[in-house]
Write a protein that binds this ligand. Sequence first.
Ligand code: HEC
Length: 161
Amino acid sequence: MRTRTAIVAAAVVLAGSCGGEPPAGPPFRTDNTVQMLMANMLDPAADLLWDAVGTILDENGETYWEPETEEDWLQVKLGAVALAEAANLLIMEGRARDQDQWVSMSQDMADAAMLAFDAAAAEDPDRIFDLGEVVYETCNNCHTLYWVDDADRGRAIEPGT
Ligand code: HEC
């Protein structure tokens, strides 16, 4: 009986120190590139915010639109939550260009997107319009640093190069 207890204790110690490797974590897949996410997730999601409220001036005069139905507001909320969660996708290992400004700029985008979510929950079109600008600034801040200009489109730069 005494021996058996000793063996069990030894097995527990062994299991606890298995290889000394950190736990692997969930099997995240990051084979969609940053560019894929930008073109197919962030950009369409941002459009749901930017196109939700607006005014056009043409020969018919001024046309103003804003979300009207529950469905319309749900689209705005979809855009906001998709952007907020996209920030998590951008800072994943394999996508993050660094652990500094890339991360804080992604989080700024998430913060702005969640303010837009709150505005959509409150069905406040003026605030959605204003926050569209705030969200745009967060996209632009990152593009200024990591995606230089038209000549360099498609070629993401490392900071400091
Ligand atoms: C954390 C940094 C970061 C943030 C935040 C960010 N982007 Fe980007 N974006 C990039 C980088 C880097 C590229 C260049 C990707 C490449 O070519 O590898 C890019 C490229 C793009 C492209 C071009 C994709 C293509 O087809 O080449 C679009 C469109 C775009 N971003 C939209 C947005 C929008 C809209 C937002 C905000 C809602 C946003 N991005 C926020 C880093 C960011």
